[in-house]
Ligand binder design. Structure first.
Ligand code: GAL
Length: 652
């Protein structure tokens, strides 16, 4: 477990570099990421390379004892390249090319840009691939940031047609799979198929889903090309990409399969402000982020990372890109850092070393202020570094498999985006709510891809899995876990149609019911749900379900219709249940799975790593966490507001 930082030597006078490096080391930082946006400085004109400055920066950092994460600079192709090859630009849904002047303007489907990306990757790899201080490579930067996965350019459409040809073989098969007889959408040649944009009304959902699948494959192709080069030119180094938060536009599990480490960029306050959280939550967690937000991503990315995951960018203070940008409460930068380690991270790297006084992000905090003084985030990073140094035995703690698995499927996310059927049916939000409910019960969670072996799990939750392929069905059937299926599980088959025997389709082999009708409900409509002797609620979504013999009804809507059903070890939720009801259902399923749970206060969260238990308090008041047989190695059972503690457990 160690700390890192993102650094831009090209932003600062050369004379500052040695000081910067020394101060990083003094602060307790071991690793520094550089280079991801520096293409115009390395190659200011086609083929004219200026390595001297970067060589020097690498040397200065290395001589000071820092390990280097070198990046390929492909997220920011320079102006001359755009002018030389305008077809490398991605196009929006209106067909207009993106313009130069910010970043990520390239098209994943441009063969000529791919060749340029390979060329510059080779140049970087040849230059620094065997440098002893270079321990890792970051490919590009945040694939998909600023809505850049899908392009509607002519080159993207051309490659989409090839992709379709490979997938379906014949146009007849494509027409059949997409149901193109509907509205006379039948094609006679692949060359007739366009991107699903600018249609008069909604394009065919199968067309849209396939376009997203195709776009996702393009990201994998682009990343894979860089990985192939770097593996050759920089043997033994870790390959990593920095994925984003609450972002599903491509299949991250597929891209991560070509890397060694999945890392992600953690901006809990910006995310709280920009995503679905309600006004009350936005105020309550204004300076902390939502208590499950960072943990969710730690578990998500750990689940696809071959080696322990990293946080590549950690928010150090106010950011510049949300609607409002408050400062973290004192203590939160420390808490976020420890929380990553608790969830199995090897590295937490802060973004960025020093706030830039120019450019788009001049209002974004760093560990240092623009005038070279340590800022609040810097002081908290230093605190973590010294705590890590005082607790060397922590380093031996590895993350064990959790007892609970949450299945996360990117294609399912796309499908729900393509056909939400209700304005506020957000699949990712439902996944997050399920995760949050589990975590509020003190459970550790693994977030796993759909084909993952489920053999060792006691409880498996599927909050948003409308598409169930053979592999997923097989592992679900083979597992002995308690299964919790959320609404819409198995509700569609490829390429987007209703399963012949009605939803939940092939999952009927686990729970024998038919979903006869679904309704989406506008805000303000609330259904009461009766369970045991409690009253709870459901909003947004309601299913009318027919249960066949062998299926019991555990909860009913006020009119007597089934709301929660069960057969053997499988439960099915026929609605979007309130947080309290989700927690109750998952608590009962956990009990049936033999798992101990505890109802934690809203702002208090725990996580185990090895024989350590970490406690985090997101609340602005203290909480007491009484743990029998625990020996606190950091803090104690009274966890202060925005504070944390670590206890060694002698029992599980
Ligand atoms: C990330 C990005 C960084 C920087 C940061 C600002 O999305 O990777 O380059 O823009 O956000 O918060």
């Amino acid at each position: 477990m160690h700390l890192g930082v993102c650094y831009y030597p090209e932003h600062w006078p050369e004379a500052w570099w040695p000081d910067d490096a020394r101060q990083m080391v003094d602060l307790g930082i071991r690793q520094v990421r550089i280079g991801e946006f520096c293409w115009s400085r390395v190659e200011p004109r086609p083929g004219e390379f200026h390595w001297e400055w970067l060589d020097l920066a690498v040397q200065v950092l290395a001589d000071t004892g820092l390990q280097i994460v070198m990046c390929t600079p492909t997220a920011t192709p320079p102006k001359w390249l755009v002018d030389q090859d305008p077809h490398m630009l991605a196009a929006g849904a209106d067909g207009r090319p993106r313009r130069f002047g910010s970043r990520r303007h390239y098209d994943f489907s441009s063969d000529s840009y791919l060749a340029q990306a390979e060329r510059i990757t080779r140049a970087f790899g040849e230059r620094y691939g065997r440098h002893p201080a270079v321990v890792a490579w970051q490919t590009d930067n945040e694939y998909g940031c600023h809505d850049t996965v899908v392009s509607h350019s002519p080159q993207a459409v051309r490659r989409f047609r090839l992709w379709l040809q490979q997938r379906y073989g014949t146009v007849a098969a494509l027409n059949e799979a997409w149901g193109n007889v509907f509205w006379s959408q039948e094609y006679t040649r692949f060359a007739e198929v366009d991107s699903p944009a600018a249609t008069v009304t909604e394009a065919n959902p199968a067309h849209r889903l396939d376009y997203q699948r195709f776009a996702s494959d393009e990201v994998r192709r682009f990343n894979g090309a860089q990985c192939d080069i770097l593996r050759r030119l920089s043997p033994g180094r870790v390959l990593v990409h920095n994925f984003m938060q609450l972002f599903t536009a491509f299949d991250h599990q597929a891209v991560a399969a070509d890397l060694d480490v999945a890392s992600w960029d953690s901006y809990p306050l910006g995310a709280l402000e920009m995503f679905w959280f309600g006004a009350e939550d936005k105020l309550r967690w204004l300076r902390t982020g939502h208590p499950d937000f960072a943990a969710f991503h730690h578990d998500l990315y750990r689940g696809m990372s071959r080696q322990p995951f990293w946080v590549m960018e950690q928010q150090p203070g106010p950011v510049n890109w949300a609607r409002w940008n408050p400062a973290p409460a004192p203590g939160m930068v420390r808490l976020w850092t420890w929380e990553a380690f608790a969830h199995g991270a090897d590295v937490v790297s802060y973004f960025r070393w020093r706030q830039a006084p120019f450019g788009q992000e001049q209002m974004h905090a760093g560990l240092q202020t623009p005038d070279r003084h340590i800022d609040v985030g810097g002081a908290e990073a230093a605190a973590v570094a010294s705590e890590l140094a005082q607790l060397p035995t922590l380093q031996t703690q590895s993350t064990q498999r959790a007892a609970v698995a949450l299945v996360f499927d990117y294609a399912g996310m796309w499908l729900l985006d393509v056909q939400p059927q209700g304005a506020d049916y957000n699949g990712l939000q439902l996944v997050y709510e399920a995760y949050s409910a589990l975590r509020s019960l003190g459970l550790d969670i693994d977030i796993v891809p759909p084909g993952a072996d489920l053999g060792a799990y006691a409880l498996v939750v599927l909050p948003a899995v409308p598409l169930v392929n053979d592999a997923l069905l097989a592992v679900l059937r083979a597992s002995r876990a308690q299964l919790v299926l959320y609404p819409r599980a198995g509700s569609k088959v490829d390429a987007v149609s209703i399963p012949p025997g009605l939803p939940p389709g092939v999952l009927q082999s686990l729970i024998d019911l038919r979903v006869l009708r679904v309704e989406s409900l506008r805000p303000g409509v609330t259904d009461t749900v009766h369970i045991d002797r409690e009253r709870h609620s459901s909003t947004r979504w309601r299913e009318t379900v027919e249960a066949r013999p062998g299926v019991s009804v555990l909860a009913r809507y006020a009119d007597g219709a089934p709301a929660l059903l069960r057969q053997g070890r499988t439960r099915y939720l026929a609605g979007w249940f309130s947080a309290g009801l989700q927690r109750l259902v998952l608590e009962q399923a956990a009990a049936d799975a033999g798992l101990a749970t505890v109802r934690l206060p809203e702002g208090l969260r725990i996580r185990r790593r090895g024989d350590l238990l970490f406690a985090f308090n997101y609340d602005s008041q203290q909480h007491v966490l009484q743990l029998p047989q625990a020996n606190w190695v950091l803090g104690g059972e009274t966890i202060p507001a925005h504070g944390m503690g670590i206890a060694r457990r002698s029992a599980p």
